[in-house]
Design a protein around this ligand. Structure first.
Ligand SMILES: CC(C)(COP(=O)(O)OP(=O)(O)OC[C@H]1O[C@@H](n2cnc3c(N)ncnc32)[C@H](O)[C@@H]1OP(=O)(O)O)[C@@H](O)C(=O)NCCC(=O)NCCS
Length: 180
């Protein structure tokens, strides 16, 4: 059933479907039904929250994220669930046509701590790039704070390049989506 939901539940943006396929993960469009799974991923990744916001994840972080996303027609949240079974292992938060049409911006890619370094982040991003390309998007962007150097290494390692610096130690990364 989960397979069916993930494979069939394309989200629409201006009539374009955004369907992510990865070898090992079901990438499930999230609504309030996935709040518990998202919160469990947050709770299992405390180092990221402490590093970036100075505190562990709050108990309502997933509910807040989903409420914000629900209010924004150009935002998509996905839950990453192993095809082999077991609990969700990650979350993807995506802004479409931001900051301009044809660009997408990753608000958050999070893989629970115990599952990091196993290729899931790379696999998810590759699937996202393919899905965006099929929908005609030209650029994928994201921002990383200086307090998160491991994330900078990750993004640079999969082909993102620095596109600018924002105030308060934030670097914007960008990857063009042209090509096959
Ligand atoms: C950043 C994150 C999404 C990467 O996902 P992941 O599944 O751990 O990364 P992968 O296993 O797919 O790694 C892919 C490559 O990046 C490298 N990499 C991943 N994390 C790295 C780190 N912290 N430092 C250096 N290199 C790193 C891996 O070595 C790997 O290289 P390889 O392909 O040459 O073997 C994950 O670590 C995470 O969720 N971190 C906490 C949340 C966060 O910081 N998100 C990013 C901000 S939006």
């Amino acid at each position: 059933m989960a397979n069916l939901v993930a494979e069939e539940a394309g989200r629409r943006n201006g009539g374009r479907e955004l369907l992510l396929r990865t070898p090992r993960l079901l990438v499930i469009p999230a609504d309030c039904a996935q709040a518990t799974g998202i919160q469990a991923c947050f709770d299992a990744t405390p180092d990221y929250f402490v590093r970036t916001s100075g505190r562990p994840p709050g108990p309502d972080d997933a509910v807040r994220l989903l409420a914000d996303a629900e209010a924004d027609p150009d935002r998509r949240v996905f839950l990453l669930v192993p095809r082999s079974g077991g609990p969700a292992l990650g979350v993807l938060d995506l802004h479409l046509d931001y900051p301009e049409p044809g660009a997408a911006h990753i608000g958050l890619l999070l893989v629970r701590q115990a599952c990091q370094g196993m290729g899931f982040g790379k696999e998810t991003t590759a699937a996202l790039e393919g899905a965006l390309r099929r929908c005609g998007y030209r650029t994928l962007r994201l921002a990383v704070g200086d307090e998160n150097p491991g994330a900078r290494d990750f993004w640079e390692g999969i082909g993102f390049a620095e596109a600018g610096r924002l105030d308060r130690g934030v670097t914007v990364y960008e990857k063009p989506l042209h090509g096959a």
